[in-house]
Design a protein around this ligand. Structure first.
Ligand code: DC
Length: 230
């Protein structure tokens, strides 16, 4: 008998390793992995390229008017063994991770019309199930009926330390205190915005990975998935 394919929704704070877990779980079960944050980043890149963001202020009406012209896809890159994000047919995977996008994505992600369009596209991607999607509102708004919902978290200090280690390993000179401030600020913005704030769905399982290795986390999640599909 073939196993049922389910929807796995993974939400949580920034820099707590959601996508690392989501990718590993998707690979383990042969599911599609969707990084919903990449979609908000792609819209932000589009807005920057069309000069619709000035000093952090988004020209909302113009951006909303252009939403029908924004097509976001994920295509598997067999060389890197991961999906890349495409904006209107162009691979923008690297550009959406860079500072100009990171600095401007928060206000873009608060626009209700942008969210409505992204949610519509995300729901379309999940219609055949067999999907792992990570973000902030996946278990609460995008897939409230998901069979498995996880809420991932870790202490701000640990998340800041991980980010610090990551950047230092890349050769960047950064201050731990500044990173910690940034983590706290992003938590505040994500959890207090009016449209779809980050919150735990009532039926989500909490995964506090402050003191867990990647292997321990994967084992924990795999057990939860197996309980659902057996
Ligand atoms: O996870 P990330 O840092 O790539 O997310 C980028 C931004 O998009 C961040 O400001 C949070 C926002 N986001 C959101 O509002 N809803 C989602 N489902 C995913 C991300």
């Amino acid at each position: 008998m073939t196993q049922p394919r389910i929807i796995i929704a993974i939400d949580g704070h920034s820099s707590c390793g959601k996508s690392t877990i989501a990718k590993a779980v998707a690979a383990r079960f042969g599911y599609v992995f969707i990084d919903s944050g990449a979609m908000y980043r792609a819209v932000t890149l589009f807005a920057l390229r069309h000069n619709l963001i000035e000093n952090g202020i988004v020209k909302e009406r113009e951006l909303i008017g252009l939403l029908p012209e924004i097509k976001i896809e994920f295509r598997f890159n067999s060389e890197k063994q991961k999906s890349d994000t495409y904006l209107n047919g162009e691979n923008v995977e690297d550009e959406i991770r860079q500072l100009p996008v990171s600095q401007n994505v928060s206000p873009v992600a608060t626009i209700a019309e942008v969210r409505a369009e992204m949610v519509r596209q995300q729901q379309e991607m999940g219609k055949n199930k067999g999907i792992v999607m990570d973000g902030r509102d996946i278990g609460t708004v995008v897939f409230p009926e998901a069979e498995l919902k996880l809420f991932v978290t870790a202490s701000p200090e640990i998340r800041a330390q991980r980010r610090f280690d990551e950047l230092t390993a890349k050769g960047e000179t950064v201050s731990y205190d500044e990173i910690l401030q940034n983590v706290l600020e992003r938590d505040h913005i994500d959890s207090t915005r009016e449209t779809s704030p980050l919150r735990k769905a009532e039926d989500a399982l909490v995964l506090d990975n402050s003191n867990m290795t990647r292997e321990e986390q994967l084992k924990w999640v795999v057990e939860k998935v197996e309980e659902k599909i057996h």
